[in-house]
Design a protein around this ligand. Structure first.
Ligand code: TPP
Ligand code: MG
Length: 353
C-alpha cells in the first residue's frame, strides 16, 4: 500500500511556482489533465456525429476541474466511483486515452471490451469502479467500500461524484445517513452544474444542498468547482479527515454544464446570458492564466495533448469490434481479488510522487 507523500510542505516551500501543497509541476499536471479531458471529449463528440459512437455521448465540458482536482488528491490505494461527466478522474488514474476512445466506440480494446455504454466503465486495476447508471447508486457503492475499509482496518478512502439531480433521490439520503452514522472514510462530491437535464436548481430543492450534510452529522463544504486547485485542496483536506477516522465530507463543487445533457440536447432551455457568464469562468482558461505568469505555455501543452489525442483516436479506430462469440465472457469475476499494484505506478496523481 502506498504511503503518504513525505514532506509535502517542504517540497512545496522549495519550489518557486508552488502554492500550498502543490508544486509547479503538479499545477501543470492539473492543467494538462484538464486539456486532455477536453480534447478527448471534443474528438469523441465528432466521432459521435460521424456515427462511430453508438448510443449517445455525454461530456463534462466546463466541469473538468471537478474530476481532475478531486482525483488528484486521492492516493493509489483509494477507490473512485466515477460518473458520466468525470473523465478527468479516469485520466488522473492513468487510464489510457486510446482505450477510452475504443470504449466510446464499443470496440474490443475498450475498457468494457464493447460490453457496456460509452460512459459506463471503470478500470479496477487503476482503482476506478465501473459506473452504475441508476443515479446516485454509486454513492451507496462508495459507502459500502468505505465500510469495508473500516472493517479491515485499512487506511483508505472512497470517493464518488454525483450531480445536483441525485440529491433528491432516496439513495442520496441513505448513503449520507449511513456514512454519517458510521463516520466512514468517504468523500461525496456533489457536482452542482446548475441543471439536471432541463430542470434548474430552483425546481430541485428548497434548501441549499450543501446544508444537507449537517442533517447527517458531517461537514458540507462549498468549493469553486471551476478552480482546479481549490478542488484539489478541499478534497485533500476531506481525505485527511476521512483517514484520520473523522468521517465523511460532502463537497459541493459549484460549476456549470456548458453543453447539453448529451449529444442530442441543444439546451434551448438554458438562458444565453448564463452560458456567457460561465464561459468567463472557464476552468482551463483560469489555470492557464495563473500558470502563464510563471512562464508556462498553455498553447504548447495544448499542442502536445492534441498530438496524443490524434494518435489515440487513430489507434482506437483500428481496434476491431468485439467477437459476438465472447459475449458471455467477463460477466462474473472469478478467481483472485483484483489488487491494485502500487509498484507499477499506474497512477500519476499528487500522492504518487
Ligand atoms: C434513477 C435515475 N433516473 C433517471 C436517470 C436518467 N438520467 C441520467 S443523467 C440524468 C440527469 C441527472 O442530473 P444530475 O444529477 O444533475 O447530473 P448531470 O447530468 O447534471 O451531471 C438523468 C435524469 C438515471 N440514470 N437514473
Ligand atoms: Mg446536474
Amino acid at each position: 500500500m502506498a504511503t503518504e507523500t513525505a514532506g509535502t510542505a517542504e517540497r512545496a516551500a522549495s519550489d518557486a511556482g508552488a502554492v500550498g501543497r502543490l508544486r509547479l509541476e503538479d499545477r501543470v499536471a492539473l492543467l494538462r489533465y484538464m486539456l486532455l479531458m477536453r480534447a478527448i471529449e471534443e474528438r469523441a463528440m465528432n466521432l459521435y456525429r460521424q456515427g462511430k459512437v453508438p448510443g449517445s455521448f455525454y461530456d463534462g465540458f466546463g466541469q473538468e476541474a471537478v474530476s481532475v482536482g478531486a482525483a488528484f488528491a486521492m492516493a493509489a490505494e483509494d477507490r473512485l466511483c466515477v460518473l458520466h461527466r468525470d473523465l478527468g478522474a479516469h485520466l488522473v488514474r492513468g487510464v489510457e486515452p486510446e482505450r477510452i476512445f475504443a470504449q466510446y466506440m464499443g470496440r474490443a480494446d475498450g475498457i468494457t471490451r464493447g460490453r457496456d455504454g460509452n460512459v459506463h466503465f471503470g478500470d479496477h486495476t487503476k482503482g476506478c469502479v465501473g459506473m452504475v447508471s441508476m443515479l446516485p447508486d454509486m454513492m451507496l457503492v462508495a459507502t459500502g467500500m468505505a465500510m469495508a475499509f473500516r472493517m479491515r482496518d485499512e487506511r483508505r478512502c472512497a470517493i464518488t461524484w454525483f450531480g445536483d439531480g441525485s440529491t433528491s433521490r432516496g439513495d442520496f439520503h441513505e448513503a449520507m445517513n449511513w456514512a454519517g452514522v458510521q463516520r466512514l472514510p468517504v468523500i461525496f462530491v456533489l457536482e452542482n452544474n446548475q441543471y439536471a437535464y432541463s430542470t434548474p436548481l430552483s425546481q430541485q430543492f428548497a434548501v441549499d444542498p450543501v446544508e444537507r450534510a449537517a442533517a447527517y452529522g458531517f461537514p458540507g463544504v462549498r468549493v469553486d468547482g471551476n478552480d482546479v486547485e481549490a478542488m484539489f485542496e478541499a478534497t485533500y483536506e476531506a481525505r485527511e479527515r476521512a483517514i484520520a477516522g473523522e468521517g465523511p465530507t460532502l463537497l459541493e463543487a459549484v460549476t456549470m454544464r456548458m453543453h447539453g445533457h448529451a449529444a442530442h440536447d441543444d439546451m434551448k432551455y438554458v438562458p444565453k446570458e448564463q452560458v456567457e457568464e460561465w464561459r468567463r469562468k472557464d476552468p482551463i482558461d483560469r489555470q492557464s492564466t495563473r500558470l502563464a505568469e510563471l512562464g508556462v505555455d498553455a498553447d504548447a501543452l495544448r499542442a502536445e495533448v492534441k498530438q496524443q489525442v490524434d494518435a489515440a483516436a487513430e489507434a482506437a479506430l483500428r481496434s476491431s469490434m468485439p467477437d459476438p462469440a465472447t459475449a458471455t465472457q467477463d460477466l462474473f469475476h472469478e478467481g483472485e481479488e483484483i489488487v491494485l499494484s502500487n509498484g507499477d505506478a499506474p497512477y500519476s496523481g499528487f500522492r504518487s510522487a
